[in-house]
Design a protein around this ligand. Sequence first.
Ligand code: DAH
Length: 358
Amino acid sequence: MSRALQENPKPQRLMELLDEATKESAAVKSLHELRELKSRFLGKKGELSRLLASLKDLQPEAKKDFGAKLNETRRALENLFQVAESRLESEALEKQLRESDLDASAPGVFFPPAQPHPIREVMEEAISILERAGLQAIYGPEVEFEDYCFDRLNFQKDHAARDMQATFFVKSAGDRSLILRTHTSPVQVRALLKLAKAEKRLPIRIQAPGRVYRVDDDATHAPMFHQIEGLVVDTQSGMPELRATLDYFFRKFFGEKTKIRFRPSYFPFTEPSAEVDASCVFCQGLGCKVCKQSGWLELAGAGLVHPNVFQACGWNPEEVQGWAFGMGIERLAMLKLKIPDLRSFFENRLSFLRGRVR
Ligand code: DAH
């Protein structure tokens, strides 16, 4: 740059500077080159600084005018170098991507959001229907006293009913042996024992969902599965309310057209006892493979609480009446979600878990 220009700065020179910088910044090939360019135009020893220093020699009017133009030019230059820097960065990234194995155009991997397990879903639905029927959900331990699981439920010591529920023993110690509970019925015992001493005792209206364990493992039995238990006790409460409650439950669970029927059965803790069937959800009772042409599916056990159970749990059977039921969640889930093999629930195959849950 000429000395003459420094002494008598011309706006024209600023245009030229900008022009030069535009050309050069478009041609820089590296951040290093760009840094040099920047310092040449904007640095302390750069031409712009020199022009700035020459301001002091100008007349006030010219000083103001040229000063403003200088500032404008500096902003334009800064902008220019910013653009060049972005260009270099994206060129570097592109080069890096080109040279690596990474295929930036490959479709992404989809990670679906977490979902509840189908058993959990079905259980929550069952709980919510029973809540609407007025049964409050309570939970008992999975490791249970043997006498809560059997003796207080009126299982005689050597009765075959005990063998129907092949038991995992945790710790043997006479009557206080610890086992993995084979059904959710001991939660009835716990509720009755606890409320026997309570001040405001009646009515008892509970449901007890949870895991249960039996020494069993084939296509239709798993060593761990889920049940939901119901228990209602009041001064007067019997078969009609039991039937109405289960009728309501199955209609809400499988659809309004569902019908139920009771067949006489035996459980030690109820008298009378019943097996509860619901009309087949596949053929609406007409008869199909699933219901073995009977039109009915066996879905629950139920009955009126046996006087011996009341007695064993601190209640006077002359003063109260009660009813109870129990059912398996896996069976409900298989029918509801149309899953043919029980084992699918426990294999944790992601394709199954994802596909099944809405
Ligand atoms: N606990 C029984 C079982 O696991 C099911 C059952 C039957 C529960 C009748 C009940 C009931 O409460 O009244 O096989």
